[in-house]
Design a protein around this ligand. Sequence first.
Ligand code: G3H
Length: 256
Amino acid sequence: EMMREVSGINELEAKLKSLLHLQEIVIVPGNSDESPWVKEELGRATAQSMKQRLIGKNIIAVTGGSTMASVAKKLTPDFSKNETLFVPARGGIGEDVKNQANTICAKMAERTREKHRVLYVPDQVSKEVYQSFLKEPAIKEVLNLITSANIVLHGIGDAITMAERRKTDLEDFKKIQEGKAVGEAFGYYFDEEGKVVHKVATIGLQLEHLCEIPNVIAVAGGSSKAKAIQAYFKSAPHSTVLITDEGAAKQLLKGN
Ligand code: G3H
């Protein structure tokens, strides 16, 4: 704690809380854009924050991304004394296997010796196929688990970075660009004002579900994500716990 005071992290947290109107923010030292170990620290801080929020039986819904993957790496078998089930927050949104929520949930379950469920949905399906998917009992069951999660854990990305990384088709890419999207979370793309300009059509958690989830933890670091973080919190629930790094925090405060 003394180290944090000396380095000014506490002050940074207080300033960022008032800028983003959040109640709880954790800032880890460094900038994950520059040093890979900072992402590991984000993972460590997140694992700790998740642990504090566990109850008897837990359902933890998780999104994809490299930050979520670094959280998985920091989970250990002593994570939970009770039952925990990891579920992907949403179906496929075009990520590579290593960045997919299904993969990350499997890793989290393996590392904590807990359980996980998968949600297999192809990325590009017609409305009809999509509707029939929703009627599948096995899928329905996972969807019910997702909406009854007590913890949601998610990343936030830079809009264009994410659109490029995913297999976004030209039409959607244009929509994201022309809508001046700067941030992305859960497959939703936000402009500077926090307005959704594009949404990847998939099943699972929808943005409007978030306010009903008791614990939402957002994890995003690196100065390149400053705009994305700010945009996202224009519309995200203010009870969300943000875990970020000094790089993002300083950039955010600089621009305001
Ligand atoms: O939705 C946001 C992205 O999943 C963030 O991805 O953690 O690899 O930057 P990342």
